[in-house]
Design a protein around this ligand. Sequence first.
Ligand code: PLP
Length: 374
Amino acid sequence: MIRRPIPHPAWIEVDLKQFKKNIQLIRSHVGNRLFCLPVKANAYGHGLCAMGKAGEEAGVDYLGVSCLQEGVLLRQAGIQIPILVLGAIHEEQVPDLIAYDLEFTISSKYKAELVAQSCERLQKKCRVHLEVDTGMQRTGVRSTTALEVFRYLESAPYFDVVGIYSHLATADTYQDPIALQQTQAFLSLFRQEIFQKSSLIRHLANSGGVLYFPESHQDMVRPGILTYGYMPKQRPAALEGIAPCFSLKAKVSYFKVVSAGEGISYGHTYRTQKQTRIVTVPIGYGDGYRRSLSNRGSVLIRGRRYPIAGTICMDQFMVDIGDKEAYVGDEVVLIGKQGDAEISLQEVADLCDTIPYEILCLFNERIPRLYLDT
Ligand SMILES: *Cc1c(COP(=O)(O)O)cnc(C)c1O
């Protein structure tokens, strides 16, 4: 089924079938654990509520968001499964966190006390996870004070402590010594009896943890980028079937023949060597398609790869197709596959000197998402 937005000549296509397959593959890889699907930052650009719903349909146990707003949007979209706010919360958000039935993170004694005060005023309880910093230095209580904060949470009448977690800073390769150290630091917490409550959900593994550090899997895993289908070259055989579910596409909006020696686009940074055919593609940095791809990136049209000619404008850019064929209305693939040809997200990220995550997050609301689910 295709849910069609208002016709627009550039769009993101999300293959929900592949997405759900990725979830199943990860599930069987990690065995019998809870699955928290990170959908922060508009579900890595794929669309927050649609991906949250797809995750719910695929049977994930939790959705992970970064902040209150994202959790509210998911609840307003009718999502019922537990949602965990991973980022640091602010005390003025407590009434809404509770009203929208969001679990959230306690990352310091100070925050815990502020939350307790809010709960006292509201006469409500809240569901929280204690975050322990084992080496990221972002948020979270130190391992050495985890015990004290946990005791406080357990003794105050306002908290249901649902989970305890940490986040890995360097899990991108096998046997990374820092990730191993963090994992050991996390596991060693549970030598203390107070943390051995069986109801406490222990969670640590991001995508890297899921892939490379089985000891990090614990009670729940939180793989983001992997679930969206991206991974490093080294992958366990069991996860071979994981693939991206995201493509960026557009339709050729203009065609013309340009003589030799003409400058193309702002600043004339591209000059035609000979008479050539130029097509225009209606997407630009105003949609989140990075301007640093000017004169560097490529697109696919009719199964062939062509170079971006000149600077990318806010809303469109040009492509030099030489003496080949392409006309108005032809499909252009900017990220994804067309026939046997492919432009990978990694290729685009490399050209922009960044990581796939950032490229995905930058696509904004102007570019419609089309969900394929058959
Ligand atoms: C973003 C995030 C994840 C997911 O990270 P990936 O690298 O995409 O797997 C997991 N846990 C926390 C706390 C995060 O912030």
